[in-house]
Design a binder for this molecule. Structure first.
Ligand code: PHE
Length: 354
């Protein structure tokens, strides 16, 4: 039940709204405002039930708290989920986004939104009609930083270089076999970086059009969704949905490292130990996928140029992931625990000085 879910959750507040005209449920989870206003994307999709949607919002919001705390960004963790009914009429979408924007506006800055799975920069423009100034990641024409997926991919790519450095003694991805799961805004851009670096790229995808594009036009190896966890490769890059690393999949993995853009890749905390026991190097998701947020927020609130923002993403992810790997090996803990320790220190340091 949802009572248990919220009782166990470590976050601050959940705002919920039933959108009567469409039958959609809106959840805005504010996990922490310790370091600043809660920021996080809006995820739009269908869920098996309302509880699953709420749980996703809560877990994702927590991830955002750690994502911002790690590199010391002055934001708290939040996330919104709009759970669509199975019979949702796409024509009702713009009006739903405007009502959602009005809700975000009403919160007066407690939570600021941005793109996530199922939402784009174009959607942010519509949400901003009613939600401004609490909307990040609008299009360039709409006064925003434009799509943030490519910057997320740049950070993930940098994370892969750090993983290669650790595993093979050199950062280059040339000739490395990388399997990218999901060719959405992040996966697609990541594939470009990998190809340019001379990696051997395979991909997995469920959308027929995307499969044709990447397999037939780019000539990349296609791995059917059912085979993702058994393919031999150097790096597996989850860039679709969460919880893909779990008690079922980890024993099957034939990769040396996992470095991807998806949020909440571990189904539960013990999965970090399962990976470690199998000798698989795990780059904690929020450490390497901070690029989109860092880029979008840097360009929109700090006046960074795009080049400066990209440079910050590369340097910050490189520094942070090296530190995580170092700490994990010196303390003999998992990389997930190391990342949590680093972010946790920042969160508690702020409390003491407040
Ligand atoms: N979906 C992004 C993430 O998970 C959220 C984001 C994008 C936040 C752009 C701010 C700006 O990191």
């Amino acid at each position: 039940m949802i009572e248990a879910l919220l009782r166990e959750w470590t976050g601050e507040t959940v705002v919920l709204r039933y959108d009567r005209p469409t039958g959609a449920w809106i959840f805005i989870a504010v996990h922490s405002t310790r370091l600043g206003p809660a920021v996080g994307g809006t995820r739009i999709k269908s869920y098996p039930d309302v509880r699953a949607a709420l749980q996703d919002a809560c877990r994702l919001a927590e991830g955002m708290t750690f994502k911002f705390a790690g590199p010391g960004l002055p934001y708290g963790g939040g996330k919104a989920v709009i759970a669509l009914p199975s019979d949702f009429d796409p024509q009702a979408r713009p009006a739903l986004l405007r009502r959602y924007g009005a809700l975000v506006h009403q919160l007066g800055g407690l939570y600021c939104t941005a793109p996530d799975v199922g939402t784009s920069a174009d959607d942010m423009d519509i949400i901003a009609e009613t939600g401004a100034p609490y909307v990040f990641g609008c299009t360039l024409a709409g006064g925003g930083a434009g799509p943030t997926g490519p910057a997320t991919a740049l950070g993930v790519f940098t994370g892969m270089q750090v993983a290669c450095e650790r595993l093979f003694g050199e950062a280059s991805l040339k000739g490395r076999r990388v399997l990218v799961q999901g060719t959405g805004s992040v996966g697609r851009a990541l594939i470009e970086y990998l190809r340019a670096a001379g990696a051997q790229v395979a991909f997995s995808e469920v959308d027929e059009g995307a499969i044709r594009r990447f397999r037939d036009e780019l000539g990349l190896q296609f791995v059917p969704p059912g085979a993702v966890y058994t393919v031999e490769c150097d790096i597996l890059a989850p860039c679709a949905l969460g919880a893909v690393l779990n008690a079922d999949t980890i024993p099957q993995l034939k990769c040396q490292a996992v470095v991807g853009g998806a949020n909440n890749q571990l189904a539960e905390a013990q999965d970090a130990e399962r990976l470690q026991a199998r000798g698989i190097l795990y780059a904690p998701d929020y450490v390497v996928n901070v690029g989109g947020a860092m880029f979008g927020l840097g360009v929109e609130t700090r006046g960074w140029t795009r080049e400066r923002a990209e440079q910050e993403v590369v340097e910050s992810v490189r520094r942070a992931l090296r530190q995580v790997f170092e700490l994990a090996s010196t303390e003999g803990i998992t990389t997930a625990a190391a990342a949590q320790q680093i972010a946790g220190e920042r969160l508690s340091a702020t409390v003491q000085s407040a």
